[in-house]
Unconditional design. Structure first.
Length: 201
């Protein structure tokens, strides 16, 4: 041996990972659809990156994808949960040449609030033989969601209160006006999610 050592240089190029963030609506109401989420501020993605959307956390399967999950935007539908639910949307971006690197999971937290049911109303409906007298006051029991409110709109009458907070049910006194038709319209809201109306009678 002559005691000589040969060396060879090998250059390694380290490419940066794609980075981005997700934009879209939160909080959302249960039982709604067509919510659009998109990748924003993508860096190091190359000219034609690819995308893979999933749910990192989806309790009870409350969220679903009705369509494709391989583009820069995705549509999400939500079923109606029994209470406020946290969903974590996830996207992984694979960069194209010259990077061709895979991003860390990009996460986005979404709060899904339940949409309340139509509130219950019980009391004298004015049907025979219990007709309502003009100018007379009657008591009605009004339902609503725990932690939410129920709003009343009275036709041809006045109510002791029209905005009700729990606990439910609550009694409301309504004095009916002149002879003719009267109506109670009630709508419940929870965390800015409004349910269907109840009309009584």
């Amino acid at each position: 041996m002559d005691g000589c050592v040969a060396y060879e240089d090998y250059t390694i190029t380290i490419q940066p990972l794609p980075t981005a963030n997700i934009a879209g609506p939160t909080p959302v109401c249960g039982g709604t659809s067509g919510h659009i989420y998109s990748i924003q501020n993508l860096q190091n993605g190359g000219g034609a990156p690819t995308y893979s959307w999933t749910f990192n956390s989806n309790p009870g399967g409350v969220a679903s994808f009705p369509g494709a999950t391989n583009g820069p935007t995705v549509v999400v539908n939500y079923s109606n949960p029994g209470g406020p639910t946290s969903v974590v949307l996830q996207c992984v971006v694979t960069g194209s040449a010259p990077t061709s690197c895979v991003s860390e999971p990009i996460l986005y937290n979404i709060t899904v609030n339940p949409t309340p049911a139509a509130p219950s109303i019980s009391g004298n409906s004015g049907g025979g033989p219990s007709y309502l007298g003009a100018g007379q006051t009657y008591t009605y029991s009004i339902g609503g969601p725990a932690g939410g409110i129920t709003t009343l709109n009275i036709t041809n009458g006045t109510a002791s209160q029209t905005t009700l907070a729990g606990p439910f049910p609550q009694n409301v006194n309504i004095t009916w006006g002149t002879a003719g038709g009267g109506n109670i319209n009630a709508v419940s809201t929870f965390n800015n999610c409004t349910g269907p109306a109840t009309n009584f009678p």
